[in-house]
Design a protein around this ligand. Structure first.
Ligand code: SF4
Length: 328
């Protein structure tokens, strides 16, 4: 999701391009007012990613966003005037775009909070089912659903239950997950658990601040579950007293220089011969550290010894040779 002011078209487009470069396939922008809704037209013209408009409360913003070319809208029908919902559904139907029902633990209906004693999984599920019915009763079926909570077990329980009770596609996320480390771990547990069980159709990692790391974390989750392999998978040992090279510097530099590479590659950067050759044997390229040097492996075969100072350069040259790209 973009973090720019949507009314600032240039900044929003710039951020969407950065997100796309990182591998984002679907982007959402907040629409807090009419000016933001209207800005979507200029944004849409300058990007190639599908654009989802995020709207709360005001049906007029939803209709304006649809008219401005949004590819989907995210609403919480429960916080929109019931009598105006048909207008929103007609506009979406006319343009053939889907609606995501975005249930969030922070904005649940009052009666559900009271009945369930707080924003628990059952309350999220009941809200989702209620809102799905609201749209389906009016003949609108192009629906996607999310039930986000900042509490990971609540989110997991809620998605498991809704997956049993509806065929609607599900958008997964742990909401308000915090800064980088917290967001990565909470999302990996929440989204990862569900994906591993076969639940979920799209995902969003929520990170406070720059959204580009959201995409990187999402791909690490997908790669860890063998769902999608985009970009290099860098396997690195934690190092120990046997390591005789500055492994951390090599790994960090290689990771940094390969940020724009999207080809799936397995690179093993290992500190010594204990596990180095074994891991390197499974990788496209590998290094097993020795005394101020490393043994280069290609497709499991030892190739040559490389001085420590040349390890980064040699690894990047090998990546370039494998991907057909210029050296990153
Ligand atoms: Fe230690 Fe070698 Fe294992 Fe790395 S690969 S953690 S240096 S034993």
């Amino acid at each position: 999701m973009t973090s720019t002011d949507t009314r600032d078209v240039a900044a929003t487009v710039r951020q969407i391009h950065s997100l796309q470069e990182a591998g984002c396939e679907l982007v959402r922008a907040a629409v807090p007012d009419l000016e933001a809704a209207q800005a979507l037209r200029a944004i849409r013209e300058r990007i190639s990613l599908p654009l989802v408009a995020d709207i709360h409360f005001d049906h007029r913003l939803a209709i304006a966003a649809i008219e401005a070319g949004a590819d989907a809208i995210r609403i919480n029908p429960g916080n929109m005037k019931r009598s105006k919902l048909p207008d929103v559904l007609s506009a979406a139907e006319e343009r053939g775009i889907p609606i995501r029902i975005g249930i969030n633990a922070g904005s649940l209906e009052k009666d559900l909070l009271e009945r369930h004693g707080g924003p628990v999984a059952e309350a999220l599920v009941e809200s989702a089912l209620r809102n799905i019915r609201l749209l389906e009763d009016r003949g609108f079926t192009a629906i996607k659903v999310s039930l986000k909570s900042s509490d990971v077990p609540t989110m997991i329980d809620a998605y498991r239950e809704i997956a049993r009770r509806t065929d609607c596609p599900l958008h997964l996320g742990v909401t308000e997950a915090g800064t980088l480390l917290n967001a990565a771990i909470k999302s990996a547990i929440g989204i990862g658990t569900l994906l591993y069980e076969g639940i979920g159709d799209t995902i969003r990692v929520s990170v406070t601040g720059d959204p580009v790391p959201e995409v990187r974390i999402a791909y690490v989750i997908l790669r860890a579950l063998n769902i999608r392999s985009v970009g290099p998978d860098i396997i690195a040992c934690p190092t120990c007293g046997r390591c005789e090279i500055d492994l951390l510097s090599v790994v960090e530099e290689v990771e940094r220089r390969l940020e724009g590479v999207h080809e799936p590659l397995k690179i093993a950067i290992m500190g010594c011969v204990v596990n180095g050759p074994g891991e390197a044997a499974e990788a496209d390229i590998g290094i097993a550290g020795g005394r101020h040097a490393g043994m280069l492996f290609k497709k499991g075969k030892p190739v040559r010894k490389v001085p420590e100072g040349d390890l980064v350069t040699v690894l990047l040259e090998e990546v370039a040779a494998l991907t057909g790209r210029r050296k990153p």
